[in-house]
Design a protein around this ligand. Structure first.
Ligand SMILES: Nc1ncnc2c1ncn2[C@@H]1O[C@H](COP(=O)(O)OP(=O)(O)OP(=O)(O)O)[C@@H](O)[C@H]1O
Length: 745
């Protein structure tokens, strides 16, 4: 049987005008004079048999009319009682016969769904639901009376809403709601709401109280289209349990007041209403999709895309389904009405299985349909103590074909004989095949022989008790667990060993890296010293230092070339040297890194005695080396040429010495400079932020040049003396003096 779809057109509301009516029903073209009908039955028959079409103009061409035919069409003048009597009352009979019934009101917002399902407070205005309960209780009384109280009927209610796609129990106050709502579960093909309150309700009065209270918990709000718009789908479940002497029958009628679809161009909804509206429209859209999918016999029906469609399970539920399509007759609903008419029209084609619920029989237990299945299963026996009933008799088998046979099952497949294992008689067991006749596969699958046979002199498998088998199984399980625990232990040991190994390798690697770093640092210090010696004209010492540095940079071709060049220069030295540098007093060079010396040089034709560092010597080509060749940065030219302009005394006096080493104050100042920390340097006396930055830039440039030279990423250039500092770009003797004077040690 297909879903019964009936249309109900509501009357005009106060704000609506007659001239806006666009909907015409068959009823109005062929009116039935209900008042004149002889009796109620004939009246209802006449009501249901009326021309059941709805006509609506094509919105694009008013001259054209669409016609939709339904199972019944109810006009604005049809009262609540008439609709109930015609459409709902007949379902009560089915309900009591064990059929589930689904009644649902569908339509655009403000078309009268709630009015149809719940109705008003007055007797005449009461909707389908209170009338339904009234009808159920009336029938209860009749059944109980007719059976002299032998048959009892119990009514239990559940009432919940689907609000923003979450299920909430309407019998519970809103404060008790959880954010996620109640979950849905599939139970034997039916969707059920978990944790739903079920209230037994014995009378119509009791129902009215419960129903009114619960409706107060329902989400309703005023929208522009409906002053009391339902913001949720409300589902009332009425479970009827009929208990007679020999059986119990349970069936449920679900009365569903769906929320109405909304055209939000017209609702002027605020944010909250919009969220609700989106959820309502989405669920209704899914419902329309489900209807379409069912009618087109598509493989996938998108029930699960919305809680409402899951619960409604249109076309899935057995029993009867009635859809009441609520329609507004006016133009403002034109497009929405057409859309609703289309969905309802499709729904009509949905088939519902008209199957009643199975009764539950009482009294002595009936024989189970398949006694063998009802028997308790025997415990599994190991193959040694069992007979594989699937195993062909070995004697009947061709020995040649044995190897190609299927692997033998290690356990018997039991027939569900109620006999306990202990009752198995020897004679019932087919003779065990001899070992010689077993296939290799059989042998490999067979569990090792249990010592049980030795302990049991009779060694008869048939004599094995269930307890003994259990003991054997337990023992085997324990063995397996012990093996597993052992393997777990060994695995952990392996992991620990692996960790230790890794740790050792890591340490070795670290040592190697540290060693490399140390090695490199040593090499660099030799290089630095070599440069210093060279700057002082101590070529032989410089050569030695370069040679000492060589093992630390074995593949540095520049270093090799430099050593060769230095050797050559030393050979040519007497002929080329123009002035012999005076050896600096040893006490002034407690540190090998000190660069200060006095030198007499001829520069650009002028003879000057200057205190310069070794870089200066390299720069001016005193020793015949170009700066490139020596790896000395060109930018120092500016700094050193400036230093040339300093008076001998000024520069010479810069550095302070204590016990042959630089004084703590000088060392502290130099450490600040060498830190290249602008924030520190700018705090020095006479040095502002700009000067500090320029100084650091200059040092960085020198680092870069040195690194380029030695392919190193280590900062090579260190200011070793105040004299050297005074030669840097942007730093003069005065600045250095200021700096030094400002340093407190
Ligand atoms: N058959 C009818 N007779 C008289 N008044 C009706 C009828 N149907 C609907 N109305 C009136 O129309 C208005 C809207 O009806 P109702 O609230 O039932 O609409 P609805 O479809 O449930 O709307 P929503 O989906 O927004 O909840 C109400 O004022 C209601 O009283």
């Amino acid at each position: 049987m297909s879903v019964r779809v009936v249309a109900r057109v509501r009357p005009l509301l106060k704000a609506e005008r007659e001239l806006d009516i666009i909907l015409r029903t068959g009823a109005s073209s062929a009116p039935v004079d209900l008042k004149q009908s002889a009796n109620g039955d004939r009246k209802l028959a006449a009501l249901r048999d009326r021309d059941n079409v709805v006509r609506i103009p094509n919105p694009k061409n008013e001259g054209e009319e669409y016609t939709f035919q339904f199972n019944a069409v109810y006009d604005a003048d049809v009262a609540q009682q008439e609709l109930f009597d015609a459409e709902v009352a007949p379902t009560i009979k089915h309900l009591f016969n064990g059929f589930d019934v689904t009644l649902f009101a569908y339509g655009v917002t403000g078309t009268g769904k709630t009015h149809t399902m719940r109705g008003g407070k007055s007797l005449a205005d009461r909707g389908v639901i209170p009338r339904l309960l009234s009808g159920i209780y009336r029938r209860n009384r009749k059944i109980e009376k007719d059976s002299n109280g032998e048959t009892t009927v119990q009514v239990a209610l559940s009432y919940y809403e689907i609000y923003n796609d979450k299920v909430y129990d309407l019998f519970e106050p809103p404060e008790k709601r959880t954010l996620a709502g109640l979950p849905l579960r599939d139970n034997g093909g039916k969707t059920v709401v978990c944790g739903l309150t079920e209230k037994t309700c014995t009378s119509l009065k009791e129902f009215e109280v419960l129903y009114d209270q619960a409706n107060n918990n329902r989400s309703t709000s005023a929208t522009k289209l409906n002053a009391h718009s339902s913001r949720s789908h409300a589902i009332l479940g009425v479970k009827v349990t009929i208990c007679s002497a020999d059986q119990t029958r349970v069936s449920t009628i679900s009365a569903i007041d769906l929320a109405g679809s909304e055209d939000n161009r017209r609702t002027e909804n605020d944010k909250e209403r919009m969220v609700e509206s989106a959820s309502i429209n989405k669920s209704l859209f899914v419902l329309a999709q489900c209807v379409e999918a069912i009618t087109k016999k598509q493989h996938r029906i998108p029930y699960r895309e919305s809680k409402m469609t899951r619960i409604l399970s249109l076309g899935q539920n057995n029993g009867l389904t009635v859809m009441i399509l609520n329609l507004a007759p006016v133009r403002s609903y034109h497009l929405d009405t057409i859309s609703s008419l289309n969905v309802a029209n499709r729904t009509r084609k949905i088939e519902v299985r008209e199957i009643e619920n199975d009764p539950i029989f009482k009294g002595p237990a009936r024989p189970a349909p398949r006694p063998s299945m009802a028997a308790s299963r025997q415990p599994l026996r190991p193959l040694t103590a069992s007979v594989n009933v699937n195993m062909p008799a070995p004697v009947a088998k061709d020995p040649a074909a044995k190897d190609e046979g299927k692997p033998i099952k290690a356990f018997s497949v039991f027939s569900d004989r109620p006999k306990p294992v202990t009752q198995i008689r020897k004679s019932e067991i087919p003779k065990r095949p001899s070992l010689a006749s077993e296939t290799p596969a059989m042998r490999s699958l067979k569990p090792p022989r249990q010592p049980v046979a030795a302990n049991n002199p009779s060694s008869s498998h048939a004599d094995l008790s269930a307890a003994r088998i259990e003991e054997m199984v337990e023992k085997k399980v324990e063995e397996l667990l012990a093996v597993r625990a052992e393997s777990e232990l060994s695995r952990q040991t392996q992991v620990r060993e692996l960790n230790d190994q890794l740790q050792r390798r890591l340490e070795l690697l670290e040592q190697r890296i540290e060693g490399t770093e140390d090695d490199r640092a040593e090499g660099l210090s030799y290089l630095l010293m070599a440069k210093q010696h060279q700057a002082r004209g101590e070529d032989s010492s410089a050569l030695r230092m370069y040679q000492l540095a060589l093992p630390h940079f074995p593949h540095n071709n520049k270093l090799v070339a430099k050593i060769a060049a230095l050797k050559k220069r030393m050979q040519d030295k007497p002929s080329r040297q123009t002035s012999i540098p005076a050896s600096p007093p040893q006490e002034k060079f407690g540190s090998m890194l000190s660069l200060k010396r006095e030198s007499t040089l001829t520069i650009l034709g002028k003879r000057q005695t200057v205190a310069v560092d070794d870089d200066y010597l390299n720069e001016v080509g005193n020793d015949g080396f170009s700066s490139d060749e020596e790896g000395i940065p060109r930018h120092k030219k500016r700094a050193t040429s400036k230093s040339v302009r300093q008076s001998e005394n000024e520069i010479h006096d810069l550095d302070e010495y204590e016990n042959g080493s630089l004084s703590p104050r000088t060392m502290h100042l130099l450490s600040i400079i060498n830190s290249r920390d602008v924030s520190q340097i700018k705090l020095l006396k006479g040095v502002g932020a700009k000067k500090a930055e320029a100084l650091v830039d200059c040092l960085c440039e020198m680092d870069q040049s040195s690194n380029d030279d030695m392919a190193s990423d280590q900062p090579m250039f260190q200011v070793e003396s105040l004299a050297q500092l005074s030669t840097l770009k942007g730093v003069g003797v005065r600045t250095v003096e200021n700096m030094r004077n400002g340093v407190l040690v």
